[in-house]
Design a protein around this ligand. Structure first.
Ligand SMILES: [Cu+2]
Length: 291
């Protein structure tokens, strides 16, 4: 009798716990993130107000914008209603003003972040650092059809890349200027990593376009350990849906890795880079990872 009573109480406690968990779970699922919650973990770079609108500019990691790949996020608020615009048609344009000339850099369009209400994202691949006389200007544009509703600009600091190399610019054997930026892995792990990169070419000072159907061959090596490599790597090829180069990078142990690169065009012609063979221990273009 007593055992049965205890067992009943026990079942009630378990069941209650289960129901509470179930209800809190479903509450969480239908909860809409506030604009403030959507930018949690991002670093605010600037907020620029013009007329009724404020543009909020964020980046993914801490610190300044830098030469190479930068993931940038935008929110746009209507200051009259206090509401964030959820279906804005946004565009941007980077331009570097230098003493004797000006030029742009590779950059993406702006798109809504998946599942977000107020947050938009895109990227810049800055090709030069700013300084006292040469500066970047980014213009942000909110349009409706052909009408400009709000247009603002800022002059962000762009620092030289520091630390491990994740960006390469080079002149190809076809005499074209290329810009290759590592996107991931951001946190490498032992074993197979997804490796992703953007590859752009310069058409003129103001026009940089992504190149498709090239190959970025990878040969990861540990220079501090007899330059050994790792098995089962997959070269990067263009994913037309995601519009990015994707491959598989096998980092068989922790430490310093040099990811030697060879970029080939759609015909398989080498544009830049060297095979690791004989006395050649590194390619002229590479990325670095250490973990
Ligand atoms: Cu410049």
């Amino acid at each position: 009798m007593r055992i049965k009573f205890i067992r009943t109480i026990y079942i009630i406690i378990i069941a209650t716990g289960f129901i509470i968990q179930l209800s809190s779970c479903s509450t969480y699922d239908i909860k809409t993130l506030t604009p403030q919650e959507e930018v949690a973990g991002l670093t605010k770079l600037n907020e620029i107000t013009k007329g009724d609108y404020t543009f909020y500019v964020f980046k993914k990691d801490t610190g300044s914008l830098k030469v190479g790949y930068n993931e940038v996020y935008i929110q746009l608020k209507n200051n009259t209603t206090g509401k964030y615009i959820e279906n804005a048609n946004l565009s941007w344009k980077p331009l570097m003003h230098m003493s004797s000339m000006s030029h742009a850099c590779p950059y993406s369009a702006i798109s809504k972040v998946d599942g977000a209400n107020s947050l938009y994202k895109g990227y810049f691949i800055f090709i030069m650092a700013s300084d006292a006389t040469d500066y970047w200007e980014v213009t942000y544009n909110y349009t409706n059809g052909t009408d400009t509703i709000a247009k603002v600009s800022d002059k962000p600091t762009v620092k030289a890349a520091s630390g491990k190399i994740r960006y390469q610019s080079f002149k190809g054997t076809d005499n074209t200027s290329y810009f290759l930026a590592l996107v991931g892995p951001t946190v490498p792990k032992v074993g197979t990593n997804d490796i992703t990169a953007y590859l752009y070419k310069k058409v003129d000072m103001y026009t940089f376009i992504p190149v498709e159907n090239y190959t970025v061959e990878i040969d990861p090596r540990m220079p501090d350990m007899d330059n050994h490599t790792s098995p089962n790597n997959v070269n990067l090829t263009y994913d037309a849906t995601a519009k990015i180069y994707k491959g598989k990078l096998n980092l068989s142990m922790t430490g310093y890795w040099k990811i030697n690169l060879i970029v080939k065009d759609a015909n398989g012609t080498v544009l830049k880079g060297d095979a690791i063979t004989g006395t050649t221990t590194a390619s002229s273009i590479y990325f670095e990872l250490e973990f």
